[in-house]
Design a protein around this ligand. Sequence first.
Ligand SMILES: NC(=O)c1ccc[n+]([C@@H]2O[C@H](COP(=O)([O-])OP(=O)(O)OC[C@H]3O[C@@H](n4cnc5c(N)ncnc54)[C@H](O)[C@@H]3O)[C@@H](O)[C@H]2O)c1
Length: 333
Amino acid sequence: MRVLVTGGVGYIGSVAVERLLLQNHDVVVLDNVWRGHPEAVAPGVPLVVADLRDRDQVARVVREARPDAILHFAAATLVGESMTSPADYFAINTVGSHNLLEEARANDVERVVFSSTASVYGMPDRQPVAEGADLRPINPYGRSKLMVEQMLEWYGTAYGLRYACLRYFNVAGATRDRGEDHDPETHIIPVALLTLLGKRDRFTVFGTDYPTPDGTAIRDYVHVVDLADAHLLALANLDQPGEHSHAFNLGTKDGFSVKQIVDAVERVTGRALPIEYGPRRAGDPPVLVADSTRARAELGWDPALSNLDQMIGSAWDWFQRHPNGYGDDERRR
Ligand SMILES: NC(=O)c1ccc[n+]([C@@H]2O[C@H](COP(=O)([O-])OP(=O)(O)OC[C@H]3O[C@@H](n4cnc5c(N)ncnc54)[C@H](O)[C@@H]3O)[C@@H](O)[C@H]2O)c1
């Protein structure tokens, strides 16, 4: 299949490209390299630099790539930034996705797999969170993603688009050649590892008085390879006859506490993490874990690599080989 991957030089998109190539798909990447890294794109894969907000640029890429399917990862992804710059989030995530969907429609692209997020649920009433939970985002990031899910629903109904929305909770880990290099980095495992590498002074544990067994917040983490593979399964599922579900949670249900992650980081790396303790952050629920029964049952998804040792170990290998990320520059993180 010929697959257009938006955001294919970003963390998850670049790993998805790697996994698509292993299944012999023909891949083209669209990215404006705002936050990704051109070095992350697999050798031989064309990278077309284009901005989703520019309809003409998107039109040119889709027309020339003539994809059978689109994996749509490109987005602005920081919850905090979305609170202070909501306009950018609606422009990139919502309007950008609309441009992409319109060009998919104009060029008869029938399949789209969309990177959605647990942020569409907001503060869920029950854990683990199933797909039927209320969709009540509490920040512009989650809202901008939910709006795309809602657009997809109507493109499916009215134009026959086949689509899947994969709702990620937390993603971690690396492959041999591709890992996490966000700027700024906000994710817990890379932040802990960058602290061990001396790129940050201390690792802050936000909140030690949550109603959880060890008092720290619990989140659900999936290895980036398991996550990428869910996209390939979702893509294949779109070609199955009959009715399909459209939203799938990706998680392991059990989750890990911040304390468990700190312990695992120290165990896997053999180094002591300099820690400080801070107050809870506003808007952080005590527990956020996914019920992914649907992805397992309907897609045959099995997140076999999503244990702490594999996620932290693979990320640590990658960081040791790339202590400055993809670039050679000593950027601030
Ligand atoms: N990393 C996570 O834990 C996580 C969790 C939930 C959902 N997600 C979603 O997964 C997707 C990928 O996340 P990631 O961590 O790989 O992010 P990332 O920032 O590493 O990658 C995003 C890519 O999108 C590109 N991009 C941004 N704006 C663009 C635009 N206007 N035009 C073209 N390209 C643009 C960036 O340059 C970057 O390469 C995102 O949609 C994100 O919302 C990620």
